[in-house]
Design a protein around this ligand. Structure first.
Ligand code: SF4
Ligand code: SF4
Length: 362
């Protein structure tokens, strides 16, 4: 895998702490992965010391467990239950009052999540009605991406075309290496990234270090256990509307909406008007909603999608099919979160493969 980046620099673990400190000194709220309650979550950090230290994650359908690693890797854990979506498209936000969010800096954005931010840009940033709250957060965010050298068992970014190497959409990109000394290869993707990189204590990477990082990324792509079927998924989903598979899935699906909550691209919301008890003050709030909620499709006196089968079909058909019609890309970036966090272990790659198999000649 060729990353086509300018010759990288190298920083050590202290250099990562220096990067966090520098972004905070520049007036940014720095968000990064932290270990909490048995998971890697994303939260504001005040120093690089809060980043994970030698924590790995084991994932599978309906499974996510942390474990101690033999090294002190910071970023070698699979995508956790949260995504960066919550910082540019908050879970709950008041929409009838002005706001002045502090500029953000994201540390450790995986390639699938970079792609997810780009997908959200297409949803919220597009003319003629861009979401100005989203744009205010997103446009000022400084993004430090990290290549995935150790994909999780639920990852399938290689077949989704989004990873495991970051190819754009970042200010800086890190490739973490632990063997032969803990260090991070760093390249800038923007002028702002270059300016930050110049302020870090660094050295040039050797040719062998850059080649070894490329080999690690190639190995990561080859080691991925899951993939989407190599077919036109948009057309497959359109042809599968009457498949019996939807009912098979519905027999397992709890309609809990976990898959939509953890998905880094699901963007649906509802709006609530809240008044005080005397009715003298009203506020308008927008909060995340899910197409798995029967009320989500409530229109003119009735719910349009009454069955779980119709709701799962809607979700998956939108993700892999009609998203292309609406936004020109797939709505799935291959992060695997919906597989790991589905309590029933329903796997979107297995379901897409099952639909593809139904079309094979017997
Ligand atoms: S559908 Fe699943 S694998 Fe695809 S982006 Fe959403 S959570 Fe990730
Ligand atoms: S597919 Fe899984 S996570 Fe999604 S609604 Fe059904 S049970 Fe919940």
């Amino acid at each position: 895998m060729r990353t086509h980046r300018p010759a990288p620099a190298v920083i050590d673990r202290n250099g990562l702490d220096q990067l966090v400190k520098l972004l905070i000194a520049d007036g940014r709220t720095v968000i990064g992965p932290v270990e909490r309650d048995g998971a890697i979550v994303l939260d504001e950090i005040e120093s690089g010391a809060e980043l994970p230290d030698g924590v790995g994650a084991e994932t599978g359908p309906g499974r996510y467990r942390l474990h101690r690693r033999a090294d002190r890797a910071v970023f070698n854990h699979a995508a956790g239950p949260q995504s960066w979506k919550r910082f540019v498209h908050p879970v709950r936000q008041r929409v009838d009052a002005p706001e002045e969010p502090r500029p953000l800096a994201f540390i450790g954005v995986r390639p699938c999540d970079l792609a997810a931010l780009s997908v959200l840009d297409g949803v919220f940033g597009a003319a003629p009605h861009p979401d100005r709250r989203y744009q205010a957060r997103r446009d000022r965010a400084f993004v430090v991406a990290v290549d995935c050298v150790e994909p999780g068992a639920t990852c399938f970014c290689a077949s989704a075309g989004t990873g495991p190497a970051a190819t754009g959409g970042y200010d800086l990109v890190l490739t973490e290496r632990v063997e032969g000394g803990h260090r991070f290869l760093v390249s800038a993707g923007t002028v702002e990234g270059e300016e930050v990189l110049e302020r870090l204590t660094r050295r040039n990477a050797t040719r062998e270090e850059a080649a070894e990082a490329d080999r690690a990324l190639r190995g990561a792509a080859e080691s991925m256990e899951r993939s989407l079927p190599a077919t036109d998924l948009r057309a497959l989903l359109a042809r599968s509307r009457r498949s019996e598979r939807w009912q098979e899935i519905a027999d397992r699906c709890l309609a809990c909406a976990n898959c939509t909550m953890v998905c880094p691209t699901c963007f649906c919301t509802t709006v609530e008007d809240v008044t005080d008890l005397r009715g003298g003050r009203a506020e308008r709030w927008r909060r995340w909603d899910s197409c798995f909620d029967p009320d989500f499709s409530y229109t003119a006196g009735g719910t349009v999608r009454t069955s779980v089968a119709s709701r799962y079909r809607q979700w998956m058909s939108h993700k892999l099919g009609t998203w292309h019609d609406q936004f020109g890309t797939s709505g799935c970036v291959g992060c695997g979160r919906c597989i790991a966090w589905c309590p029933a272990g329903i796997d979107i790659t297995a379901e897409a493969a099952a639909l593809a198999r139904e079309e094979e000649p017997r």
